[in-house]
Design a protein around this ligand. Sequence first.
Ligand SMILES: [Fe+2]
Length: 239
Amino acid sequence: MDPPESLLTAELIEAQIGGLIKVHEAIEQRKLFILDYHDLLLPFVSKVREIEGTTLYGSRTLFFLTPDGALRPLAIELTRPPIDGKTQWKQVFTPSDHSTGLWLWMLAKAHVLAHDSGYHQLVSHWLRTHCVTEPYIIAANRQLSVMHPIFRLLHPHFRNTMEMNALARESLINAGGTIESSFSPGKYAMEICSFAYDKLWRFDLEALPNDLIRRGMAFEDPTAPHGLKLTIEDYPFAK
Ligand SMILES: [Fe+2]
């Protein structure tokens, strides 16, 4: 069994923050953020790597919220599970001024961006906006009178979704289609999508403000407008 522990240690993070603040203080002050594609992608790494011309890692990226409200990437951990008799491989990359370190940092960032754009299209976009809405549209049309106030309320939001989803099944998410040929998970794209649905989708946590609180983007504060405060002020989606 390979160690599940991350190599992103307190010492490493403090060195990157520049010794200004301890890790536990940064967490308490909600200044530390993680973009976590470790658990979601790791189970797919071995089989995706069998596809010619692509590769995959699990990734964890840490960010520090600077006083001017920007998210500064501190470190990236890439992980490859045991494969072909080789043990687990795991490495942390950090920003660097030296040529080799700089290129490694840029390559690590390129991997994370590939993970993030894949996640955005497969999970945030296809799954969480198009796909999960479909059962509600079908159920509403089958079960509610067109005069029912809930039906009237929902109806404008259902516009075009079924048609778009049908088109997507035909030429976007279909086997060998645009998604499978453009994103690194290849033919496993839809499997990752349903894996994410199983692991992450919770009816009671999808709407605002619960979604923001769950993701650490806001916290409850009875004195604040709407009863919650954003951890990153400049966040138009939340606003
Ligand atoms: Fe869309």
